[in-house]
Ligand binder design. Structure first.
Ligand code: GTP
Ligand code: MG
Length: 222
């Protein structure tokens, strides 16, 4: 069983399409756990409607926007299987999930990587690439992580290893926390092409960038 955790904040124009794609394309046994932070655009209502059609959907509704990391932790607490984390905005292609799951059968952690051969990033403007590269460099220097894409938001992990890790990050980069705390994990990487978000606005703003810097300090010193 694979528990697919999808954190959402204002993803009403993406979540329907993503869940339909997952349900149609995945033949492996899975559940879908959406963790929504009371999105004003009605994301949760769409998920509730879909859960009438599919019986493998769980919805966690939080009262307010509390950040991506704690949304993932909340999802894991009700997960029945091993964990796969993905964004709601169709940046992470569902058809890569079967290869990630088979890699997870032989490892502790599988990272969907944009940096391997046969992988990449489509349609990202220069400034997004720059922010991403700068953040990656900081993480490598300050935390000593060495996988090809340590900032990926698309990863799969054995549930017991996730639960053993003390998550201190608040914002986006929960994977960094996991990598920095568990240097001896058996990690595999699977290439994929990251697509720019399908619809809706980015939640990556200055405060998230600041949050990222605090998160690095939290990982290193607490
Ligand atoms: N529950 C919850 N989900 C969040 C929060 N912040 C972001 N998300 C979700 O986390 C995922 C990643 O956020 P994105 O805004 O796509 O971040 P990004 O991919 O770096 O940037 P863009 O794709 O350009 O917007 C999406 O599914 C968001 O809806 C939050 O505070 N709470
Ligand atoms: Mg995105």
């Amino acid at each position: 069983m694979l528990s697919i955790i999808i954190p959402t904040y204002n993803e009403s124009n993406n979540i329907f399409l993503l869940i339909e794609m997952l349900e149609e394309e995945l033949s492996l046994k899975h559940e879908i756990i959406v963790v929504d932070d009371n999105s004003p655009d009605g994301t949760a209502t769409i998920v509730k409607q879909l859960s009438k059609k599919y019986d493998n959907i769980k919805l966690v509704q939080r009262k307010k926007k509390e950040g991506l990391s704690s949304a993932i932790v909340a999802g894991v607490t009700i997960a029945s299987g091993d964990i796969l984390v993905m964004d709601a905005d169709l940046s992470h292609p569902p058809n890569v999930i079967p290869s990630m799951l088979s890699a997870l059968n032989k490892s502790d952690l599988v990272i969907g990587s944009r940096m391997l051969k046969e992988a990449g990033v489509e349609n990202w403007p220069f400034h997004r690439k720059l922010i991403s590269k700068g953040a990656e460099l900081l993480a490598r220097i300050l935390l000593g992580v060495n996988s090809s894409d340590p900032l990926s938001g698309f990863f799969a992990i054995k549930k017991d290893i996730f639960k053993k890790t003390k998550i201190r990050t608040k914002g986006y980069k929960i994977l960094l926390n996991i990598l920095a705390d568990n240097p001896n994990l058996n990690v595999k990487e699977v290439p994929y092409t990251f697509k720019d978000r399908h619809a809706g606005k980015t939640k990556l703003n200055y405060s998230e960038i600041l949050n990222f810097l605090f998160d690095i300090v939290r990982i290193k010193f607490s």
